[in-house]
Ligand binder design. Structure first.
Ligand code: ADP
Length: 236
């Protein structure tokens, strides 16, 4: 099957990843996949506000997803809406299993993700960027979290749907997030119908895609932390 942009079913769009893009954040990252671009900033672990929400056992993770007005062809009304509130929760829940929250009791970790350009797959791009930003912030994690959508378009399983494909009638979009070392899925959604066979094929392509994204995440982190071929030792 020929996809609108000429990709094979398993192909992801061209990707770019960079760590350390926001000076004032504890950790930050940018991730681009095709025409979707996410920027993530992590602040903390820091004192929890309001204090009554602090947890004596672990750090409280909060996530704020926002799509900029100019990120889509028709200007989007600025500010939070139902979709962004739900996606903030979805992204937070996909990241939390990887974070060793018990290392920082009573603290808060805030994750801000802005979508500056949207062409489908923004929740996945947000998770991928946020996971690199958490690592950049030095927050201990079991694993990075990588995410990409897969799905079923015109009865073919594909990886990384763009907006044009998402808009095809009867398309099923399946965003997944994955911890590649633990081989565990931390997010799995599906917004339509598909057969068990197509689902299995799509999931396989999604996991393969996540593994490619994982390599790029590691490369981006190494680019910041590797000096003349050697990793910087953590002195603390
Ligand atoms: P995701 O971005 O994770 O795929 P959705 O399925 O909700 O999440 O959105 C699919 C795509 O639809 C977005 O990536 C974006 O390109 C487009 N989109 C979402 N919300 C809006 C909006 N308010 N205005 C225009 N386009 C939008």
């Amino acid at each position: 099957m020929k996809r609108p942009d000429g990709r094979k079913p398993e192909d992801l769009r061209p990707m770019e990843a960079k760590v350390g893009v926001i000076e004032n954040a504890t950790g930050s990252a940018m991730f681009r996949i095709g025409n979707t671009i996410a920027i993530a900033g992590v602040y903390g672990p820091r004192e929890m506000h309001p204090k009554r929400l602090e947890d004596p056992e672990k750090s409280v993770i909060k996530c704020y997803y926002d799509m900029y007005s100019f990120s889509v062809p028709e200007r989007k009304r600025p500010g939070p809406d139902r979709r962004s509130i739900e996606l903030s929760m979805v992204i937070r829940n996909a990241l939390e299993p990887a974070i060793l929250t018990k290392e920082f009791p009573k603290s808060g970790i805030d994750i801000f993700v802005s979508i500056i350009q949207a062409d489908a797959g923004t929740r996945c791009a947000a998770i991928t960027a946020a996971s690199m930003a958490l690592a950049d912030a030095g927050i201990p994690m079991k694993d990075l979290v990588c995410a990409v959508a897969c799905g079923n378009v015109r009865d073919t399983a594909v990886a990384d749907l763009n907006k044009e494909e998402e808009d095809v009638e009867l398309t099923t979009d399946i965003p997944i997030a994955y911890m590649p070392r633990a081989k565990k899925i931390t997010l799995l959604q599906a917004d339509g119908d598909l057969t068990a066979e197509r689902f299995k094929e799509a999931l396989k392509l999604g996991i393969q895609g996540c593994e490619q994204i994982y390599e790029l995440q590691k490369k981006a982190l190494r680019e910041k932390y590797q000096v003349s071929g050697e990793m910087i030792e953590d002195k603390d």
